[in-house]
Design a protein around this ligand. Structure first.
Ligand code: ANZ
Ligand code: ZN
Length: 942
């Protein structure tokens, strides 16, 4: 047997595979297709670390498997090379970004090639290639022609360090720049914007078609789109022609709107005359300097200014209500103005409490009691009740009632009905005296909200809906406590418990909720029935939403968190936006025949800092003629964001060299959609942008599917051995080139697929890597175990392995596929035939393509590559597990038997014995000794 030397064989096969062209995709093939796609990389200056290839290994394994299984596979690779990092790198190292990118691509490609990937490099694409970005510009022009790309002068995110405008998607969740971490400010500037919001509903609704996407990615997209359904309602302003339009998700609370708030940026401020202009003006300036994150920060105290001398009219009850400006209302959400309902909205509650605005409850939260739920077909009777939590100041404890009789098991506060002519407060004192015999009580707090609970009063044969007024009361000592009468005693026992215990002791959900609310004083945001709402009283609030909206002439509508896509960057390294500005004709599309608009050479590609792209300084390039009127025109100098090229690249792989169209329609139909898309980033950004462009192209009729990516597999990252992210900064980066040298590409590939479930984030382990290397060495040595006659155990395990590996690869469960191959290897070391060995190598070949090829061809003498061999089939009959009956003896006497699968271990047999009552009654304590004869008997000696 030759020695296993990965350094020799890996390089050799990589060269042979390239020469023989086994990875070329045959465009004319009629086999079923598999389009297997990686999120193509951004070729950074730092090269790959061992974490990067995890996804590429997975697609390599998958596409090799699919090819063997009879599919025509498209598995391409390319470079997403425009954008800030290349440009920042270039500025820092004083080289042209194009030169830097070319060098970086060389490094990346070299690193990837060493891992033995089966990419069809004839289809390599690069987003910075003019032949490629010609089509990115072409798509932009189509968007422009359909009115979906437009100019705007709204304030946008501005990164002072990158000196460019950014889309919301380019910000971290804390509002800093995703690239450099700087705090992003708002700056009004001219920019290009794509109307992605026109597609918001389809982007949202079609998530449901994407059955093969991970749920959490779909959920992130749903949140990003952030659809809210509600109503638009207009409020008139007293003695004015103006109106305030609000968006609300709770039109059912309209009667409770006791004030209004405009965002400080609201246009109406210009048209209204109010008394305190100076104060208002100052507030507007202060909020302009605050970040959105600050403004939405719930922990910060609410601020605002009332517009003195103006009042709005609540259309539901014609009440005059004050108008404020406050920065907790954002200009770019809904209509930029709200009706404030302090009784049912937390922000409004906080604001109203601080500014002394009226709070009016209009919704009564209702809960069905879970212990005594209302019964169907019973009449419902309404009752007003009081609930009071009484504190004994001498001990700090609170009174609870344990109920008896039909209410056995229920614990509540002191409670009872309000009688005719009684105020709730009088009822409280009366109930306390009746149920506890205590008199010298002071009421210290009344809950601001009435709540309701529905329950079944079975002794009365009726359902009750109790509207509860809730109180806190105190008594200084219990000296005056009298005996309660016998009848009350039989109903309940009074108990004093520590404050911390009260919540645990209370049993009805309703009481738990109000006890908590007494403490936190939060407004009630739940659903329920209406009160203080005129003709709508007692109506269910869901029903009231539409009814109230209609009654005031409002309309139901939706609003989205998603904003239009800010699509221009004031930077050099991007696709020029193919627009010419003409004084007479406005922005005009560059004729399609003039595409691509080439990115010109510049002396200095550093950002100017004044909000202009470096392209603005190249006069010869900027000045041109207007395609419409032949008059003087100026080229657009902003460039596209780095997400442009990646929004459609997958289709270019289908037809990478076509100079007539971005993809030939017949080929597009053959290959789209992408069957499996693999990556570990961009849950929202890239995946929303690409879906948007794809739907747009679908509407144009130039692509044939509604969605681009049929199935998405999202990977978990690989962390450094120390559990941190791999980064130069921590000095914990591992370069795959090193691993390839010392342990081999095959070992690296097997290890990364074996380390954990594919979607898990896992720390690198050198021991784990070495374990995978050992496994491959044992596979190599298995050639010594080849025998002429087959062995039943090996044969059975092999068929089990064929089935499991195939199914697991299909489901991206690579780790369990490898685990099964390890099990097989153990069995096979007792003997394996040459044919079985071949089959096993085929199963392993997608994971470890080099060593399996070497064994397949050089050791076992096959002519053709293992990678074009057909995927093995398993024999169902070999999968049936045979069972055997094992006699069970207790201290030598046969007491019964158990049925287990053949070759079960002592532990497995014991586990069966433990399940049998007939046997366990003979077992007491631990046996002194166990005699086990495989497939025959077990004897427990006591
Ligand atoms: C009255 C109301 C009563 C509201 C109530 C809520 C609860 P989501 O769900 O996030 O869409 N709102 C509307 N526009 C706003 C803006 N520009 N800035 C800040 N807040 C705004 O939130 C919709 C709710 O947020 C709207 O419904 C409105 O307050 C507020 F018990 O109207 B609501
Ligand atoms: Zn013109």
């Amino acid at each position: 047997m030759k020695k296993f030397d990965h350094t020799k064989i890996e390089k050799k096969w990589q060269e042979k595979w390239q020469e023989s062209g086994i990875y070329k995709t045959d465009s004319d093939s009629t086999k079923p297709k598999a389009f297997v796609l990686d999120m193509f990389p951004y070729p950074s200056g730092e090269g790959l670390h061992v974490g990067h290839p995890k996804g590429y290994i997975a697609t390599d394994v998958y596409s090799r498997f699919k090819k063997m299984a009879g599919f025509e596979v498209l598995h391409p690779m390319g470079w997403d090379a425009f954008g800030l990092p290349a440009e920042n790198y270039a500025i820092k190292n004083k080289v042209h970004p194009r030169v830097a990118v070319e060098k970086n691509i060389d490094t990346f490609k070299g690193q990837l090639s060493k891992l033995g990937f089966n990419y069809d490099w004839d289809r390599e694409i690069n987003t910075t290639d003019p032949e490629y970005y010609k089509w990115t510009q072409w798509i932009f022009l189509q968007l422009f022609k359909k009115g979906l790309a437009f100019e705007s002068n709204e304030p946008i995110n501005w990164c002072p360090s990158c000196q460019t405008g950014l889309a919301n998607e380019d910000l971290e969740s804390d509002g800093t720049c995703e690239r450099c971490g700087s705090v992003v400010t708002k700056k009004p500037m001219r920019q290009w914007v794509l109307r992605i919001t026109d597609y918001a509903d389809r982007l949202l609704d079609d998530l449901s078609i994407l059955k093969k996407w991970p749920e959490h990615i779909k959920e992130s997209q749903r949140n990003w789109i952030g659809k809210s359904e509600g109503a638009e309602i207009e409020f008139s302003i007293k003695d004015s022609e103006e109106n305030i339009k609000v968006f609300t998700t709770r039109p059912d609370t309209l009667f409770g709107a006791t004030y209004m708030v405009l965002s400080p940026e609201h246009e109406l401020l210009k048209n209204l005359s109010f008394e305190n202009t100076e104060e208002v003006g100052e507030y507007v300036v202060t909020s302009a300097n605050k970040s959105e994150i600050d403004r939405l920060d719930a922990t910060k105290e609410k601020t605002g200014v009332e517009l003195k001398g103006v009042k709005a009219i609540n259309p539901a009850n014609n009440e005059e209500i004050p108008i404020y400006i406050a920065d907790y209302v954002l200009a770019h959400y809904g209509t930029g103005a709200i009706m404030a309902v302090p009784a049912h909205d937390e922000r409004d509650y906080e604001f109203a409490t601080k500014f002394g605005v009226k709070i009016r409850q209009v919704i009564i939260p209702c809960t069905d009691d879970t212990l005594n739920p209302p019964q169907e077909n019973m009449e419902e009777v309404e009752r007003e009740t009081v609930i009071v939590y009484l504190k004994d100041n001498s001990t700090g404890k609170y009174a609870v009632l344990d109920w008896h009789g039909t209410l056995e098991g229920i614990t509540t506060g002191i409670m009872g009905g309000i009688e005719e002519g009684q105020t709730p407060e009088e009822a409280v004192l009366a109930e306390i005296e009746e149920e506890s015999g205590i008199t010298d009580v002071t009421i210290t707090k009344k809950l601001n909200w009435i709540t309701a609970a529905r329950y079944c009063a079975s002794h009365k044969g009726q359902n009750r809906c109790a509207f509860a007024h809730t109180f806190l009361a105190e008594v200084d000592h219990l000296d005056s406590q009298k005996e309660v009468d016998e009848k009350e005693k039989s109903l309940h026992t009074l108990e004093w418990v520590e404050k911390e215990e009260v919540l645990n002791r209370l049993t009805p959900d309703h009481q738990k909720a109000i006890w908590t609310q007494l403490e936190t004083e939060t407004p009630t945001t739940e659903c329920g029935m209406l009160m203080n709402s005129g003709e709508f009283n007692k109506m269910d609030n869901e029903e009231a939403k539409l009814k109230i909206t209609e009654s005031v002439g409002g309309k139901m509508t939706s609003t989205y968190r998603l904003n239009d896509w800010v699509f221009s960057r004031q930077r050099y390294w991007g696709e020029p936006i193919p627009i010419i500005h003409c004084e007479k004709c406005g922005p005009v599309a560059v004729p399609e025949s003039d595409l691509p608009v080439l990115l010109p050479e510049v002396e200095n590609y550093e950002p100017s800092g004044n909000g202009e792209s470096p392209l603005a300084s190249i006069e010869e390039w900027v000045n041109t003629t207007c395609p419409e009127c032949d008059g003087p025109g100026k080229r657009e100098t902003n460039t596209m964001p780095q997400w442009a090229g990646s929004s459609w690249y997958y289709m270019r792989f289908i037809d990478p060299k076509n100079s007539e169209v971005f993809v030939d329609p017949t080929k597009e139909k053959r290959w789209m959609p992408v069957d499996v898309y693999v990556g570990g980033d961009h849950a929202v950004r890239h995946l929303i942008y690409a879906r948007f462009w794809h739907k747009f192209l679908f509407d144009l009729g130039v692509v044939s599917t509604e969605e681009p990516f049929e199935r998405l597999e999202f990977l978990g990252f690989i962390l450094a051995e120390d559990g941190r992210k791999m980064s130069k900064r921590w000095g914990n980066v591992i370069n795959p080139d090193e691993i390839v040298k010392t342990n081999g590409a095959d070992a690296l590939r097997v290890y990364e697929m074996f380390m954990s479930p594919f979607e898990n984030t896992t720390a690198w382990s050198t021991d784990g890597l070495v374990g995978s290397q050992r496994f491959l060495e044992r596979v190599w040595k298995l050639q010594d175990s080849i025998t002429d006659t087959s062995n039943e155990a090996t044969s059975r395990e092999l068929h089990k392995t064929i089935k499991k590996v195939g199914e697991d690869i299909e489901e991206f469960k690579f780790n369990t596929a490898i685990a099964q191959m390890m099990i097989f290897l153990n069995t096979a070391s007792n003997g394996i035939t040459k044919d079985e060995y071949k089959t096993f190598l085929q199963l392993l070949s997608p994971f470890a393509p080099h060593v399996t090829e070497e064994l397949w061809r050089e050791v076992l003498g096959n002519e053709n590559s293992i990678h074009v061999a057909e995927w093995p089939k398993y024999d169902e009959s070999k999968l049936i597990e045979e069972n055997v009956i094992i006699a069970v003896q207790i201290s030598g006497k046969v007491r019964g038997d158990v049925e287990v699968s053949i070759d079960s271990s002592e532990e497995e047999v014991m586990a069966e014995v433990q399940k049998s009552e007939k046997l366990t009654k003979w077992i007491e304590g631990e046996p002194k000794r166990v005699v086990f004869v495989k497939n025959r008997l077990i004897n427990l000696v006591f």
